[in-house]
Design a protein around this ligand. Structure first.
Ligand code: DGL
Length: 268
């Protein structure tokens, strides 16, 4: 048993897809969330830049005494393996394994789509892992560079995001998949639009939600769960523009989540 908080980071609001599920499946846990909005978007950064971001985010959360850190970010997870993170002193969960495991369970036709940031598609970590686990799986990956800036500026369910999604998803629809990985944790925020375009026959894999399930499994295995069954609290730190973060977070998590983010320097 361990009463310390769970640390979760992303470049912005995307990791809230993980938090949303954590609030549901582990309501007794405290959460410390970091959205590195000053350096967002991560999806167009080099591996070196992503390495620096991952190190800084891990250090920020470790200074706050968390018991586990989750990179609720497909881009960091795909480009910075755990072994490359400096001075990591707590258990670490990323997006890749939980998302791959859920996909393997979901697909029947073994035709899988991945949509993610350019850096995630470039690294192809999820695709490689999927094919290691099942050599028959056929994959189509499409980078969607416009999604993160649109979502961060509040385009979650309007014509602008729909038009953008129709463009990116056309190739995947033509390929014919039964499972589509939302490989960037921002994308579950627009899953209604994506699901509508893809149609009922396609299962969407929410990488944020799967990461939350991975966190619970890890805490269980290491005997680090908080014994409390409800009453957990969440603190949200951002490195830029609290208003923009709060307004998207409120739409996604609901008014009951009482979002009021705190502006911090990443070195704080
Ligand atoms: N939500 C992140 C991801 O899963 C980061 C996206 C970005 O900042 O470009 O990839």
């Amino acid at each position: 048993m361990n009463k310390s908080a769970i640390g979760v980071f992303d470049s912005g609001v995307g990791g809230l897809s993980c938090v949303k599920e954590l609030l549901h499946i582990l309501p007794g846990e405290d959460i410390k969330y970091l959205g590195d909005t000053l350096r967002m978007p991560y999806g167009v950064k080099t591996i070196e830049q992503l390495h620096t971001c991952a190190n800084d985010n891990v250090a920020f959360l470790q200074r706050r005494g968390v018991k586990l850190i989750a990179a609720a970010c497909g881009t960091v997870s795909s480009n910075v393996p755990k072994a490359h993170i400096d001075n990591l002193t707590v258990p670490f969960v990323d997006v890749i394994n939980p998302t791959v495991n859920a996909t393997l369970k979901a697909t029947k036709t073994k035709r899988v789509g991945i949509i993610a940031t350019p850096a995630t598609i470039r690294a192809n970590s999820m695709g490689k892992r999927l094919q290691e686990m099942d050599g028959e799986i056929q994959i189509i990956g499409v980078a969607c560079p416009d999604f993160v800036p649109l979502i961060e500026s509040g385009h979650i369910c309007d014509d602008i995001i729909r038009k953008s999604a129709e463009g990116y998803l056309a190739e995947i629809k033509a390929f014919g998949v039964d499972t589509l990985i939302l490989g960037c944790t921002h994308y579950p925020l627009i899953s209604a639009v994506i699901g509508d375009i893809m149609g009922d026959g396609v299962t969407l894999i929410d990488s944020g939600r799967e990461t939350a399930i991975g966190i619970r499994m890890t805490l269980e295995k290491l005997n680090l769960l908080n014994s409390r069954e409800s009453g957990g609290s969440a603190e949200y730190f951002v490195t830029n523009n609290t208003e923009a973060f709060d307004s998207v977070a409120k739409v996604f998590l609901g008014e009951d989540a009482h979002i009021k983010s705190i502006l911090k320097n990443i070195e704080d």
